[in-house]
Ligand binder design. Sequence first.
Ligand code: KIV
Length: 262
Amino acid sequence: MRTDKVDGKVTAERLKTWKGRREKIAALTAYDYPTARLLDEAGVDLLLVGDSLGMVILGYPDTTFVKLEEVVHHTRAVARGVRRSLLVADLPIGTYGDPGQALESARRLAAAGAEAVKLEGGQIQAEQIRAITAAGIPVVGHIGMLPQHVREEGGYRIKGKTEAESELLRREAEAVVAAGACGVVLELVTPVAAERITRAITIPTIGIGSGPNCDGQILVVHDLVGFFPWFTPKHVRPAGDVAGEIRKAASGFVEKLHRAGS
Ligand code: KIV
C-alpha cells in the first residue's frame, strides 16, 4: 500500500503531522551504511543512531560507556545510506548537561549528518531541548525507562505502573512538548500510561516495549533481525535469525577449508 506517508523525504515537521494516524511511524536503529541503506529502502520512516550501539556494536555492558565521537562516527556512516528516512542521532550521557553543552554536542551530530537529535529526560531537559531547537536542530525526547540511568535504577524496569507514576510521565511528556520537541520515545511504559500520554500530547509518541497504542514503534534493529542472540528483550519477537545465518555460513566456510586441506 503506498500512501502520501510513503513518498518523499521524512522531515521532523512532516513527522509531527503523522500524529494520530492509523498508519504508524516505523522506526528502527541503524549504525552502519549497509543496514541504513537496506532499512531506508524498506520504507522505515525514522532511523536512529542510538547509543544502544554501545551494546550491540561495541560490546559495552550498557549505554553509559558511549562517547560522542562514537555516535558521530556511526552517524556519518548511516548518513551515507539514507535517502528518505529521518536520521536521528542520540546524544550520549554526559554530553548535554547544560543548554550550551547540549547545543555544541547536537551541532557535532548535525555536522555528521543527523537531521534531529534525541536526548533522555523530561522537564529536567527542557532548557536543553529549547536551546537545540532554537538553533534549528529538531529534538526527539525520550521518557519512561532511561537506559543512560540503568545503573542508578538497578535494571530495565517498567514505568507508569501506579497512577502517580503514570501522571508524572504525562507531565514529563507535556514538558518535552512545551520545550519544542518534534516527537518523544516512550520506553518500557505500561500500555495504559503510553496510551494516555499519546492521547494527551500533540506530538507523535514512538513506543518501545510500551504497547500498541503509540503513534509509532521503534526497535533496536539487532533485536528485530536476531543479530544479538545473547540477549533479547522481553518485548521483542525476532523476525529473523541473522546470527544463525552468520554462524551457518562461517562454520560452512571453516569446514570446507578443513575438508579441502585434509
Ligand atoms: O539507543 C537506542 O537504541 C534507543 C532506542 C531503544 C529508543 O534509545
